[in-house]
Design a protein around this ligand. Structure first.
Ligand code: BG6
Length: 470
């Protein structure tokens, strides 16, 4: 790990994302000793915090995450500093710039700088423009040693833009301010251990890859069922909706990993290209789209009382290439559903079986990559039920990621995101091409949204009755 100082600037540091995910991930990276020796976390937000108040805020976030377990983040929080500012005001960026330059002068060297935009996507354009206008996109103040060597990178949360046109405009703007190598577009699902394992599983085992096509696969289901409702995120979620929140990114990346061609090399560029290529060939069957909203959503804090925002969608897609032509990819996601289940299930075509006539049908093998509630890969297969009769019964072979591993050693997605951005490895981040292809798939659906019925469903149900499981 580099000995050069690192400054991680969090825009929107007093918000939900920093509190729930980033503070914990940074603490874990710190505890594992993988951050540079000299690093600072600079919180930038509107709340009038002192450095100490920001440190107490982090301590509190860590205590909530640890469910009251005693942790001692004192050394960690000493790395945190706070700079109050308004994301909309140019002066705030000027004063942040002066603050960072002052810190660099104190260190006597230019620090590497990572800017993390943990802010609502509608603020991106303003933040990018102000960042650039204030000179913050340049690693450090002139006159300090190491000026050539230090880097500046920017971490952007999804959804990137609101539709195809807006994403393209943002991309052009971002492209003027930063090189593609400096831009890290987060899709934290890509950074999950179980998602990364899809590549190893598919391309390093001779068992399944020969079967990985329309010849043997009947359908693929990508499911993103959440039990939680929008909780405290109503004001972010309303107007965004399920399709933009998780469909445009997490679900399409799940589809891309399961359907892409072999990238041949474990390098960022070929992997990102392979994901983009398969997305380019994905087509949605418009007749299959269903949207829903859970009963009670309109009363959630931050939600407009006449909101038409969907908290559920399902659709059928296909991939127009020789490997997948004719294979349905069924995607669905919802909040406030009965059970949490985030998974990709690959249904193989039923095989003829050597068994009595009454048991001949529906002998299907299913391979499932599960992300929630458990990170696991399992295969459903058929075996003879012990006994005098010849009857078949389904059995599961499962491999769990956490078994035999002390849990905290598996890096969580945000640890991975932050560490890879610091290392400069873009493999687990969406490229501009991927984001473009994702919006190309989603935007035509969004344009039809207003004309489609919005079905109501009960909290804790399976979603709208019209969308029963296939
Ligand atoms: C986020 C979405 O990207 O992913 C949330 O904005 C969703 O709505 C979350 O709940 C799910 O992520 P995880 O890692 O908790 O499964």
């Amino acid at each position: 790990m580099s000995q050069k100082p690192l400054t991680i600037v969090i825009f929107g540091a007093t918000g939900d994302l920093f509190q729930k995910k980033l503070a914990g991930a940074l603490f874990d990276l710190h505890s594992k000793g993988v951050l540079p020796q000299k690093y600072e976390i600079v919180g930038f937000s509107r709340k009038p915090f002192s450095h100490d108040q920001f440190r107490a805020f982090i301590q509190n976030a860590l205590a909530v995450r640890a469910h009251g377990k005693i942790i001692e983040p004192d050394e960690f929080v000493s790395h945190a500093l706070y700079h109050q500012g308004d994301l909309m005001s140019a002066e705030s960026y000027e004063s942040l710039g002066a603050f960072l330059a002052e810190r660099d002068r104190e260190h006597g060297v230019c620090s590497d700088k990572l800017f993390h935009l943990a802010v609502p996507p509608n603020l991106y354009e303003t933040v990018f423009t102000r960042l650039s206008a204030s000179g913050l996109a340049i690693p450090c103040a002139p006159g300090l040693p190491d000026e050539e060597e230090a880097w500046t990178r920017v971490l952007v949360e999804k959804p990137f833009g609101n539709n195809e046109k807006e994403a393209a405009r943002l991309d052009t703007l971002l492209g003027k301010l930063f090189e593609e190598e400096q831009i890290f577009r987060i899709d934290h699902y890509l950074a999950k251990e179980a998602m990364q394992n899809i590549i190893s599983f598919r391309f390093s085992n001779g068992l399944f890859e020969p079967l990985w096509s329309r010849k043997h696969i009947e359908r693929v289901e990508v499911r993103f069922d959440e039990k939680e409702d929008v909780a405290t995120r109503g004001s972010f979620y309303d107007g965004v909706g399920a399709l933009r929140d998780v469909g445009q990114n997490h679900l399409l990346q799940m589809l891309a990993l399961v359907a892409m061609e072999n990238p041949k090399e474990l390098q960022a560029e070929p992997i990102r290209k392979a994901r983009a290529r398969v997305l380019k060939n994905a087509k949605v069957d418009f007749g299959s789209i269903l949207r829903g909203q859970y009963a009670g959503y309109l009363a959630e804090k931050g939600v407009s009382p006449d909101s038409k925002t969907e908290t559920y969608f399902s659709l059928r897609a296909s991939i127009q290439n020789p490997r997948w032509r004719g294979v349905p990819f069924l995607l669905r996601s919802g909040k406030a559903l009965k059970e949490p289940e985030v998974s990709i299930s690959v249904f193989f075509k039923p095989a003829p079986c050597l068994c009595p006539e009454a048991h001949k049908n529906a002998h299907q093998n299913v391979l499932t990559f599960s992300f929630s509630p458990k990170e696991e890969i399992s295969v459903l297969f058929w075996a003879k039920r012990p006994g005098f009769d010849f009857q078949l019964e389904p059995k599961r072979l499962a491999f769990s990621f956490s078994e035999g591993v002390i849990e905290h050693k598996i890096p969580n997605a945000y640890e991975r995101v932050l560490l890879d951005a610091i290392r400069g490895d873009q493999t687990l981040f969406a490229s501009t091409e991927e984001v473009k292809e994702q919006w190309k798939i989603i935007t035509p659906i969004l344009e039809k949204w207003g004309k489609l019925p919005l079905h109501s469903y009960e909290k804790g149900s399976e979603g709208p009755a019209e969308g029963a499981r296939p």
